[in-house]
Write a protein that binds this ligand. Structure first.
Ligand code: SF4
Ligand code: SF4
Length: 352
């Protein structure tokens, strides 16, 4: 099977880009080690556990000869309604893992017919997707640490097929960030500590999604009305002016999620949360993490109309939600010059 035949199959499956790299030590293997040593992966300990595999995909698939990198355009039309919280664009629709994984399996089946053994990963395995994408010209590694393609901008999902089939590697793209620093300037928490350096401990994407504990107080105000993820460094990137919306029907926005007033999320019990976010990436934060985020957002943008919902949340069975609701009530009260909560109430919701 030739590369062009595989690219044709990939295009038919909905992939926007398909590149080929030679399997071997990952180009940024050493940088990964330094990043981990510095603790900038925050609590994502699985990255340390899988470091050796991430350094070389031949540990993940014995006999791997090639890394096939696929990009899926996820740019969606529309914006969330006013008064709702901001959700990162990638989460406006169904969970991309569910959409992309079967497509990868179809591609892998075609490669198997050509005699290959394959393993597929959708942003879920011990593979440095962005590194391999940069190695084979699917994107270049931007100063934001995100991949950029001249036509797709930054709005694409990466996925990987490791194969024992051998292909001529594709050349990398030149770095076209030039003198631009817009992503660094736009970051509300200075999480991009230097060009090409991200400290996950400061990043709102990490803090609102992967982080299972409290949002550190120093970052709560910077969250603004964000309730799941952050796109500021992507929105700022000038290469996105060339990006075109995806026509992929499986990746369109779910209007029901984007039109909900913030305080209505606080009324969701566990079952209702799972029903509302069925097949959504937001499930990853779980109810406790998502309602924690909603409380912080209301603390930043809410009004006295939100206080009854927050007071109910301050009695939630989940300590994490109680503590963030109490913080939010204090913030709104201070903003509206209302009396602060009584001390007994303020201490009635300790974080477990
Ligand atoms: S996602 Fe947001 S917080 Fe994280 S680096 Fe980008 S702009 Fe900064
Ligand atoms: S905003 Fe500028 S510096 Fe940052 S990734 Fe985009 S082009 Fe590169």
């Amino acid at each position: 099977m030739t590369k062009e035949e595989i690219r044709g199959v990939a295009q038919d499956l909905g992939f926007a880009l398909c590149g080929f790299a030679q399997a071997g030590p990952a180009p940024h293997a050493e940088a990964l080690g330094a990043w981990l040593d510095d603790g900038r992966q925050a609590t994502m300990e699985w990255m340390r556990r899988t470091e050796e595999d991430r350094r070389d995909p031949r540990r993940v698939l014995a006999g791997a000869e090639s890394v096939i990198v696929l990009a899926t355009n996820y740019l969606r039309d529309g914006t969330p309604a006013t008064g709702t919280g901001r959700i990162a664009r990638y989460a406006w629709g169904d969970d991309y893992h569910e959409v992309i994984a079967p497509r990868l399996e179809t591609l892998a089946a075609r490669l198997a017919q050509a005699g290959g053994r394959q393993r597929c990963f959708v942003d879920s395995g011990p593979v440095l997707e962005r590194d391999w994408a940069a190695a084979c010209g699917v994107s270049w590694h931007g100063k934001s640490t995100m991949g950029i393609h001249p036509e797709l901008g930054t709005w694409f999902f990466l996925s990987i097929v490791l194969t024992t089939l051998e292909f001529t590697p594709d050349p990398p793209l030149p770095d076209r960030c030039g003198r631009c620093t817009r992503c660094l300037d736009a970051c509300p928490t200075q999480a991009i500590t230097a060009p090409y350096q991200l400290d996950a401990r400061r990043c709102l994407s990490f803090l609102t999604i992967e982080n299972k504990g409290p949002i550190p107080e120093e970052f709560r105000e910077a969250m603004g009305d964000r309730i799941f993820g952050c796109d500021d460094c992507l929105d700022a990137c000038p290469w996105n002016r060339f990006a075109r919306s995806s026509r992929d029907a499986a990746l369109q926005s779910r209007a029901d999620l984007l039109a909900k007033p913030l305080r209505e999320f606080l009324a969701l019990d566990e079952r209702q949360f799972k029903d509302l976010f069925r097949n959504s990436p937001i499930l990853r934060a779980k109810r406790r993490g998502f309602l924690r985020n909603v409380c912080v957002a209301l603390g930043n943008v809410g009004t006295t109309d939100d206080l009854p919902a927050l007071q109910k949340a301050a009695q939630d069975s989940e300590p994490l939600i109680r503590e963030h609701a109490a913080w939010s009530i204090d913030r709104i009260s201070a903003r509206q010059n209302l009396s602060p909560r009584p001390a007994a109430e303020a201490t009635a919701a300790p974080l477990a």
